[in-house]
Design a protein around this ligand. Sequence first.
Ligand SMILES: [Zn+2]
Ligand SMILES: [Zn+2]
Length: 335
Amino acid sequence: MRAAVCQGLHAPLAVEQLPDPEPGAGEVIVRVGRCGICGSDLHMTEDPAFGVRAGHVLGHEFAGEVVALGRGVERVRQGDLVSVVPIASCGHCATCRAGEPAWCEAMRLQGGGYAELAATHENQCVALPRTASLADGAIVEPLAVALHGVMLSGLQAGDRVLVLGAGPIGLGVAYWARRMGARAVAVQDLSRFQEERARAMGATHFVVDADDPVGAATRALGQKADIVFECVGVPGLIAQGIDQVRVKGTVVVLGLCTRMDSFVPFVALSKEVRIVTSAFFKRQEYEAALDALDAGSAEPRLLVTDTVALDAVPAAFEALKTRTNQCKVLIAPGE
Ligand SMILES: [Zn+2]
Ligand SMILES: [Zn+2]
């Protein structure tokens, strides 16, 4: 099979021929229909903290058709169209049974979606409803990550919400926050590239003000935010969120920042700010995100700004490392 393969840190991906994967016990082989390029994939090729080496195939946001079954597979059949939950786990411990495979001791991140074929465990396959496309199946994961952050925030109907960062996670947060009753949702970014998309996803305001980011957001919302979602992941934004939230408000950190960051604890303490971090999602949230797409909610589909064939992946991947007007780019390995 063909795959876009990691060539080591700071090197562009390369399309190579690899042996077809064989399904182990309990595993299935999925012919990848669509796979999203995630911001964390970009991080993984730039930061040694993730331990990704040459020869690795990235890609955890994928959906496709089941084309082969390993020994003992019971729940999934050949020909099924599935969205793959990208977290492998033991499947029977207490956290797994509670729908939180991310915190299983045997947890392993699924990759392999930047390829024509990928092996995964049958327990990770969620059947695509008939109204959902393979592209829908590939955007479930970022939507589930966003939903998890909103669930952890304790959002109440009528809240005023500020989202820092208009990438797929930020826009996913805007979508869920508005759907769950936020009175106002301001999305703040450094450019207006995603303004229209943000408004279509649920944002009521879009804020760009490099000189006075704190004041501009407060003016847009009419007061300091009840909840700030940090969806960028660069140093300084947690401090900014603490400035932008009201007394006893909540700052939810979703951005993947792998560098040292700092804030003045007294600023947070003097307002009793609650700081919450959010990683991954529950199984139930993954299913709820897919269900939202099935129920005909078209807005999340607006996240997808481009679909590229495998040969175009190395260039598309490099382009996403710079400031771009893309939102979510999907790979179509079979096209
Ligand atoms: Zn992702
Ligand atoms: Zn487990």
